[in-house]
Write a protein that binds this ligand. Structure first.
Ligand SMILES: [Zn+2]
Length: 140
């Protein structure tokens, strides 16, 4: 089943801003939200420290991951996905991303080359998502 993603434009803008701030490295963080059937609604970003010092990968600080999960639970929501940037490539999952993906049905937002794309890791691969009407795909 194709997942539909809803992301408020302000949060899309915040991801682009974080990508710019982290350049030339990747920014990363977690996505708090809700899930109703195939609809994933992002409500809050939880920026995280990137423990990787390599420009083509990210590693979310486990302490930040724990904090984000706790905050989401306190709001009655969950961590439904993650986001990161590709400073040197397009907004498509890389081989490194595929190797690092673990959680099934987890949302991945990837910012790169001015675009922001949504994927869900499902049954061992990334699938593109349908995005909402207010979806912002460009930082311009
Ligand atoms: Zn990546």
């Amino acid at each position: 089943m194709t997942r539909r993603v809803e992301l408020p434009p302000a949060l899309a803008a915040a991801i682009h801003a974080a990508a710019d701030a982290a350049f030339p490295n990747e920014c990363c963080g977690l996505l708090e939200g809700t899930r109703e059937g195939a609809v994933l609604r992002v409500t809050t970003l939880h920026p995280a420290r990137n423990l990787s010092d390599q420009p083509d990968r990210f590693q979310i600080d486990p302490a930040d991951h724990f904090k984000a999960q706790k905050a989401a639970r306190a709001n009655g929501r969950r961590i439904i996905g993650c986001y990161h940037s590709h400073p040197h490539s397009a907004a498509q999952p890389s081989a490194v991303d595929l190797a690092g993906a673990e959680q099934n049905d987890f949302l991945w937002l990837i910012a790169g080359a001015g675009a922001l794309n949504a994927f869900v890791y499902l049954d061992g691969g990334f699938r593109g998502c349908v995005t909402g009407a207010d979806w912002v795909t460009s930082s311009e």
